[in-house]
Design a protein around this ligand. Structure first.
Ligand code: ADP
Ligand code: ADP
Length: 229
């Protein structure tokens, strides 16, 4: 089943007099259950593509369909509503709140939408277990390694069970050992059915995704897909 469809999508950033055509005629279809990596050199449009997929930004032209929603033509309020419901976002820099425990960090999105404390406890424990961090619920972020913090950030992105998990350079701030652990976790989540789109400039991690999309100067230049077993 198709989850994401981009058709002839363009994005132009305007800053003063300078216009940057960051995405050019992007056509991309992603099915439920896929693990897609987006790679390419700095400035090729990876972050721009991920922020459009994650409804943080709107395309300049073209079509974006997310599940059954015409996501390319939403206004700012509609975008954030759809984003909260459909999308989980993981950033390179974890973005955890230092004075809150692991449990409290992961619970935040659910408290925002007003879930009961019983439902919150069940969901937070479920997602922390999914990333093997349930033994660290009462720790603060600064008591954890970078890899552990990133796994908590993944759990926070997954509470509420979004249909699409977007990860932006998840290993960018990690050494190779912790980077490998985070990648293993993402592969495991994908095996359990989570649809993942990951931006990375690390070719080694890019190749671990089932499907690899390479951007250059705002265009898709290569696509590689593992043969389905
Ligand atoms: P990548 O993530 O691959 O490094 P980006 O999507 O960040 O690439 O950037 C693509 C191009 O768009 C670059 O030339 C970048 O400088 C430009 N760009 C990105 N975001 C903005 C912005 N908010 N305003 C102006 N230019 C931008
Ligand atoms: P990454 O290394 O993750 O691709 P970037 O350094 O390209 O990150 O961009 C970081 C943030 O700054 C992004 O939100 C991007 O949209 C914005 N950005 C990138 N280039 C520009 C630019 N030339 N002007 C304004 N904002 C930019």
């Amino acid at each position: 089943k198709t989850l994401v469809e981009l058709r002839d999508l363009n994005k132009t950033h305007t800053k003063g007099q300078i216009q940057t055509h960051a995405l050019k005629n992007i056509n991309l279809k992603i099915n439920e259950g896929e693990f897609v990596s987006i790679s390419g050199p700095s400035g090729c449009g990876k972050s721009t593509l991920l922020s459009i997929l994650g409804l943080l930004d709107a395309p300049t032209s073209g079509h974006y369909q997310l599940a059954n929603i015409d996501a390319g033509s939403l206004n700012v309020d509609q975008r954030s509503k759809v984003r909260n419901q459909y999308v989980g976002y993981v950033f390179q820099s974890f973005n955890l709140i230092d004075h809150l425990t692991v449990f409290e960090n992961v619970a935040l999105p659910l408290e925002h939408r007003g879930d009961s404390s019983k439902a919150i406890k069940a969901e937070v424990e479920k997602q922390l277990t999914a990333v093997n961090m349930h033994n660290y619920m009462h720790h603060k972020p600064n008591q954890l390694s970078g890899g552990q913090q990133q796994r908590v950030a993944i759990a926070r992105a997954l509470v509420g069970e979004p249909q699409l998990l977007l990860v932006d350079e998840p290993t960018g701030n990690l050494d190779s050992h912790n980077g490998d652990l985070v990648m293993q976790e993402l592969i495991e989540l994908n095996n359990q059915g989570v649809t993942i789109v990951m931006v990375t400039h690390d070719e080694r991690y890019s190749r671990m995704a089932k499907r690899q999309v390479r951007l250059f100067d705002g265009e898709i230049i290569v696509e590689h897909q593992e043969a389905v077993a």
